[in-house]
Design a protein around this ligand. Sequence first.
Ligand SMILES: [Fe+2]
Ligand SMILES: [Fe+2]
Length: 228
Amino acid sequence: MALYAIGDLHLSLTANKSMEVFGPAWENYTARIGASLGQLTADDVLILAGDTSWGISLEEAEADFRFLDQFPCKKYLVKGNHDYWWSTASKMKSFFTEKGFTTLDVLHNNCAFYGDYALCGTRGWFLEEDQKPHNAKVLNREVGRLETSLKAAEGRPILCFLHYPPLYQGYECPEILRLLAAYPVERCCYGHLHGYAIKRRLEGERNGTAFSLISADYLGFVPKKICE
Ligand SMILES: [Fe+2]
Ligand SMILES: [Fe+2]
């Protein structure tokens, strides 16, 4: 039994957006994901830290969810910036139930428990968002979601999973870092960085939180073991 995490699977079994166009790092990626998820057991828990499916609706993402659900480990999905299928927690959960997907759940204004740990998460905030209108509103909403999730931990030690990196060479999001330090979060894993951007990741301990990048191409499509 172990806890694993990976972000950015970018599955595209229905939507016509294969990541293979991005070169050899993504070659045959769906099969490679299948091979590594096939190693996990029903006792294992896997966090999917956003950008899971290119589907623009739950219906279009269905084949990607079915692909994931064939592997017996419990999976918690966090929203990424490309998860256009993302909906309310109740709609997503009803869709999974209706389709018979028994291993899928979401981290969305809540937390899950793993041993003594609380697993928290939300999409987060990134410098790209500064280009968009109403960015303060979106930032505040994400900070609020993160805090709701962290509060739900009720004092347990926290592992946090964000899609966007809260820090990056040349960038940090003080509002999110403040929350991670305040609760405090023991470990924070993030995705979103691909290709050349991977070089700008920041890893290691900062203000009591250990940071690590878990985007799928960085991990070679093998989920990172977080703890037993
Ligand atoms: Fe991504
Ligand atoms: Fe992303």
